[in-house]
Design a protein around this ligand. Structure first.
Ligand SMILES: Cc1cc2nc3c(=O)[nH]c(=O)nc-3n(C[C@H](O)[C@H](O)[C@H](O)COP(=O)(O)OP(=O)(O)OC[C@H]3O[C@@H](n4cnc5c(N)ncnc54)[C@H](O)[C@@H]3O)c2cc1C
Length: 229
């Protein structure tokens, strides 16, 4: 939780490499009170930090398995730390990053794709709408997933983005034999206390701030069908 006294707090992912000591990086889209104020800060000004809270991507549990990271837009911010860790994996499993954005400018960390690819990560991108310089693919991340060869028993999916996109990805993966228990979603819900007291982020029996944001799909699939939950 990033906090600016007198303005408020917002849940923001840590997007830096956990092994990079001394600094923490955040990737912030200015959409409201807190994020606009954060975007206006000058170098040297203070930001208060509470946390970290909630559940991480459980990559330590996937030794030897193929990890498919699926990100819609800013969702990749929550996965960059995991990608950096997976770039150092030596367990033989594949790592695939599928990233979609509305426009090419919305593709995050493009300057790092060569580095990720150099570490053996398969990086694929797609946009809804191109510009004059775009020579890549158009469409949705689900289209990228359809092109990936999946070993259904070995595959783990880590997905972050809008709810409809995550459900689409999860259902497509299940259709291809991936177990719901091997699919993890990071849910974005408004949260305030971050310690499961205020109830703002309650999602059925789960508090997204404490039990999430990363939750296994089999535990939330039915809740994801409830509108506005
Ligand atoms: C677990 C978690 C991790 C997150 N990580 C990040 C992150 O790394 N970087 C980041 O920028 N944000 C992240 N968010 C989203 C961020 O917490 C919210 O956008 C937050 O509401 C911003 O606070 P604010 O006071 O600036 O805007 P608010 O005052 O809360 O919102 C202002 C307006 O913007 C709209 N709005 C809120 N969020 C979005 C959005 N994502 N896109 C478009 N419109 C929106 C609201 O509906 C509202 O109308 C994360 C959220 C969660 C739950």
């Amino acid at each position: 939780m990033l906090y600016l006294p007198g303005i408020g707090e917002a849940a923001i992912s840590v997007s830096s490499d956990p092994d990079q000591r001394g600094t923490i990086a955040h990737t912030i889209r200015a959409v409201g009170n807190v994020t606009n104020a954060l975007a206006r800060l000058a170098v040297g000004e203070q930001v208060l930090v509470r946390g970290p809270f909630g559940t991480p991507w459980p990559i330590d549990r996937f030794a030897g398995r193929d990890v498919v990271i699926v990100a819609g837009g800013l969702g990749l911010a929550s996965q960059r730390a995991a990608i950096r860790q997976l770039a150092r994996r030596t367990d033989g499993g594949r790592t695939i990053v599928l990233h979609g954005a509305r426009r090419p400018a919305g593709l995050l960390y493009a300057a790092e794709y060569d580095l990720w690819q150099g570490a053996g990560i398969d990086v694929r991108t797609v946009v809804d709408e191109g510009d004059a310089s775009w020579t890549g693919r158009f469409g949705l991340v689900t289209h990228l997933l359809a092109d990936v060869q999946l070993d259904s028993l070995a595959t783990v999916i880590l997905c972050c983005g809008p709810d409809a996109m995550m459900v689409g990805v999860a259902e497509a993966a299940i259709h291809r034999g991936v177990a719901a228990e091997s699919i993890f979603l990071s849910l974005e819900r408004n949260m305030a206390c971050a310690v499961a007291h205020c109830g703002l982020c309650q999602f059925g029996p789960h508090f997204v701030c404490r039990d999430g944001p990363v939750l296994r799909y089999d535990r939330v699939a039915s809740l994801m069908q409830v509108s506005q939950l």
